[in-house]
Write a protein that binds this ligand. Structure first.
Ligand code: FAD
Length: 512
């Protein structure tokens, strides 16, 4: 990780109690410190209305461009990118609070770009299915919703067309989407704030890359009471009226229509329907039918015992706070669910937010550079070990290995677009064994993961792959060939732990 030494206000993420000291800052920390300074300037800016200063003083908010809203502005724009929902969305709530404070209406804007990194028709169909729910939920709150798809999706054109007084965005820690936010902050002439809407504890409060689940768990737990709070979902006091002649695309039409050179090689999975409403339905179904047995059954891939919310969390059709509050409510009604709730929170909060932290603070999140020292050493020693079998990417992709359990998992991935966690771990460990080195393993795994999984291209995927290939967030185990000190998993031992025959059958029969 590139580091520089600078004098800075320590613990700048809260921007509340600066204390000057010498520390080594990574690039991400320098960025956080820069935004903390902009937030301080905003508080000192006499031109900024007091109500706005109060709204900026929120630990979910990052002020990326300060100053007062444009006086000739006609509305507040929420640029929706990751949190694709019109309800239970802190970024949208912030835009509404600003609009209400300034007496302005709010419009949410979604730009349908056609070159989202690694996304193909499968992902776009799911995303597309979520758009009508956003439009309906926004309308109920008096908020406008406009989607413009390529080739006329240009953000700044839209901000000018509706005369944005200021822009609010959400956060996305991945490299490319974060770079869009940085660029927009440089280009915009009006204020631009972002709101961390897809984590429970705002990710900048963890301050740096966290070493493991055990280390991050108590840190998150300490901050939880402040952030485990119900949503406002306030209505806009001034309803947005669409300016006459404003161009917008139909959210119910195929947004990819007419896009040449767009990747249509992976077909949509009819069994998964995107959207906030479907996510809410699945959440309720999980709570009533599966939560009670979650802790025991989650490692039984043949039992379909988990929530299957990962695609919805990925696209922001539901947020983790909504999920956590619903589980807490279930526990209030039935105390016996407390253990299962805690087990689920370990995944949806600890591991998920550790993954967001990983991508946010570790620039090498998608390559071997992120390995810890012990892992780097053991990989250097064992990367050249002779493999019994080496498969090509094509053989792996088309499930042509000697291992029937692995082939079933790969088939589930390709045709169903999803796989249970236990099988993802085994899937990855076998790829380590069947590829010539860690670099190839990580490259091919990211390719397959992001191409086929509906929840692919997500911080969870990069952390899961780093865990599998590089022992990230894990500990050293007993040394063995190929794996060195990295944890080993085998299909034979998996078959002793769950009913693999049922899983293999199920993976073949799953709706596609
Ligand atoms: C090699 C590998 C690749 C993975 N790729 C992805 C991916 O591309 N996208 C993705 O969302 N997850 C990925 N995971 C993490 C995990 O397998 C999935 O999130 C989980 O299987 C989704 O199923 P679910 O929603 O039913 O999970 P549940 O068990 O119902 O858990 C609820 C939520 O908690 C989070 N969660 C669960 N397990 C983990 C975990 N191990 N790490 C981080 N968060 C977790 C997810 O958001 C999940 O939706 C990967 C794991 C591995 C080992």
């Amino acid at each position: 990780m590139a580091k520089t030494t600078v004098k800075k206000a320590a613990r700048t993420a809260s921007a509340k109690k600066p204390a000057v000291k010498d520390v080594e800052l990574t690039a991400a920390q320098q960025r956080d410190a820069g935004y903390a300074r902009i937030a301080e300037e905003l508080q000192a800016d006499a031109a900024v209305p007091a109500a706005l200063k109060t709204l900026a003083d929120d630990r979910r908010v990052t002020v990326r461009r300060g100053g007062a809203p444009a006086s000739e502005g006609k509305c507040i724009v929420y640029w929706m990118q990751r949190a694709e929902r019109g309800l239970d969305n802190h970024a949208l709530d912030k835009a509404v609070a600003i609009g209400n404070a300034l007496g302005l209406p709010v419009v949410a804007y979604f730009a349908g770009i056609k070159n989202f990194p690694h996304a193909n028709l499968r992902h776009y169909r799911f995303l597309n299915e979520g758009l009508p729910d956003i439009e309906e939920d926004c309308a109920e709150r008096g908020i406008g919703f406009v989607m413009r798809r390529a080739p006329h999706e240009d953000h700044e054109r839209f901000f000018a067309d509706v005369k944005a007084a200021m822009v609010v965005g959400d956060e996305n820690p991945m490299r490319v989407p974060e770079s869009w936010r940085v660029r927009l902050a440089e280009q915009l002439k009006v204020p631009f704030w972002t709101v961390d809407a897809d984590v429970i504890v705002p990710s900048k409060l963890l301050l740096k890359a966290q070493y493991s689940g055990a280390i991050v768990r108590p840190r998150i737990a300490r901050l939880m009471p402040e952030f485990l709070q119900p949503f406002e979902n306030a209505a806009a006091e001034k309803r947005w009226r669409m300016p006459k002649g404003l161009m917008k695309d139909d959210v119910r039409a195929d947004m990819t229509q007419g896009w040449k050179e767009f990747d249509r090689s992976v077909s949509p999975v009819e069994a998964w329907k995107g959207g906030r409403k479907e996510a809410s339905r699945r959440l309720q179904e999980f709570i009533t039918k599966k939560l009670g047995k979650y802790a025991d059954d989650r490692n039984h891939p043949e039992r379909e015992a988990t929530s299957r919310l990962s695609p919805y969390l990925h696209f922001g059709h539901i947020g983790p706070l909504t999920v956590a509050l619903a589980l807490n409510e279930a526990v209030e009604k039935d105390r016996s669910l407390a253990g299962a709730r805690d087990s689920y929170f370990n995944e949806v909060i600890t591991w998920r937010e550790l993954s967001v932290n990983f991508v946010r603070y570790q620039p090498d999140y998608d390559n071997t550079g992120c390995a810890d020292k012990w892992a780097r050493e053991t990989i250097a020693k064992h990367d050249g070990d002779k493999r019994e079998v080496l498969y090509t990417l094509e053989q792996l992709e088309t499930s042509q290995t000697y291992d029937d359990l692995w082939n079933a998992a790969q088939t589930q991935m390709v045709h169903h677009g999803w796989m249970p966690n236990y099988m993802r771990m085994l899937w990855g460990k076998k790829i380590v064994e069947w590829t010539p080195n860690a670099e190839t393993a990580i490259k091919w795994m990211i390719h397959l993961n992001d191409k086929y999984f509906l929840d692919g291209r997500d911080p969870n995927g990069y952390s899961g792959i780093a865990w599998t290939v590089l022992g990230k967030f894990d500990r050293p185990w007993q040394e063995r060939k190929i794996f060195g000190k990295r944890r080993y998993m085998s299909s034979d031992s998996a078959k002793r732990k769950f009913d693999a025959t049922s899983y293999i059958q199920m993976a073949q029969d799953l709706p596609r």
